[in-house]
Design a protein around this ligand. Structure first.
Ligand code: DAH
Length: 332
């Protein structure tokens, strides 16, 4: 009975030991010179032969068991301590003198650079920056711009219609609807530009994307003319490219301007490049926003911002602008 109780308390003490010192203390308490089990083993000599045989076997079995468990637990603790030492020494070691890790910093995308530069230039010439939504209604994107339903001119803009189509919502195909939105809320005279993202239902190649950026312009006043338009655009290019740039106007067609023209610019004394559509605001556009057409005149234009950025930074493929490729982006 005494031995049975001793066995339980000794085994428990072995499990409880968290380090070698505690284990050693427990070992002494049971198997040391004055340990509980040692004393029992010594007292065996005082018993008669029959009792000695029974108790002697029990006590010796227990001693063997405890020696074995102590040895095992010692190995376990040693292994645990090595792991703890390694963690402290290597993985969780903090060198407070080491320099901090530098996080990579983002920077401005070339399209944004071009847009910001263009905004700054137009602002110095008295233009306000206006904005409109990317999801538009049929009215703002087409009808108010003198492009009625079933008019063949709608085919000029391959359109992403939002479902259901009869609800009349679409992804704006140009920034021209911002002209309408702005004029609805402001009286002339006015000068605005409207840079923004637009969408075309088109296949992509080196010069086409299904989404890109335009910069719209509108100036309305009493005596606004094509001569004013030409002067402002020439000044814009001069500042944007940092040198005088020759431009030419070619007759063209847009439903919201009359007359309409394409603006080409001469690149490095070589080819003429098409840069924007423009014209004198059509009377029906003024009517759509409640202006009296006889009282006001205006010019409008819409230029491709991607084109502008590609020329300024000599980017050969429009798709690079949307690739998110750091090898490309880090050059700016
Ligand atoms: N919105 C036209 C397009 O996307 C470009 C344009 C042409 C805008 C003439 C204008 C303009 O404001 O007057 O093709």
């Amino acid at each position: 009975m005494v031995i049975f109780a001793l066995k339980n308390s000794a085994l428990e003490a072995i499990e409880r030991a968290q380090n070698l010192a505690e284990l050693e203390t427990s070992y002494k308490a049971y198997l040391g010179k004055k340990g509980e089990l040692t004393l029992i083993l010594r007292s065996l000599a005082n018993l008669n032969e029959a009792e000695r045989k029974v108790q002697g076997k029990e006590a010796n079995d227990l001693r063997n068991l405890l020696e074995k468990r102590f040895a095992e637990r010692k190995k376990e603790i040693q292994r645990e301590e090595i792991v703890i030492q390694e963690k402290l020494a290597i993985r969780e070691h903090v060198d407070v003198t080491a320099p901090g890790k530098r996080l990579p910093k983002g920077h401005t995308h070339p399209l944004t650079l071009a847009q910001t530069k263009a905004e700054e230039i137009f602002q110095t010439m008295g233009f306000t920056v206006a904005q409109g939504p990317e999801i538009e209604t049929e009215w703002y994107n087409f009808d108010a711009l003198n492009i009625p339903a079933n008019h063949p001119a709608r085919d000029m803009w391959d359109t992403f219609w939002l479902k259901p189509k009869n609800a009349g919502h679409l992804l704006r195909t140009h920034t021209s609807p911002v002209q309408i939105r702005y004029m609805e809320k402001h009286n002339p005279p006015l000068r605005i530009i409207a840079p923004g993202r637009i969408f075309r239902y088109e296949a992509t190649d080196a010069s086409h994307e299904f989404n890109f950026y335009q910069l719209e312009g509108l100036m309305v006043g009493k005596e606004v003319s094509v001569a004013n338009f030409k002067a402002i655009i020439e000044e814009f290019y001069r500042q944007f490219f940092g040198k005088p740039v020759a431009i030419r106007l070619r007759p063209s067609y847009f439903p919201f301007t009359e007359p309409s023209f394409e603006v080409d610019m001469r690149w490095n004394k070589g080819a003429w490049l098409e840069m924007m559509g423009a014209g004198i605001v059509h009377p029906n556009v003024f009517r759509a926003v409640g202006y009296i057409p006889a009282e006001w005149r205006g010019f409008a234009f819409g230029m491709g911002l991607d084109r502008l950025a590609m020329m300024k930074y000599q980017i050969p493929d429009i798709r690079l602008l949307y690739s998110g490729d750091l090898r490309f982006l880090q050059q700016f």
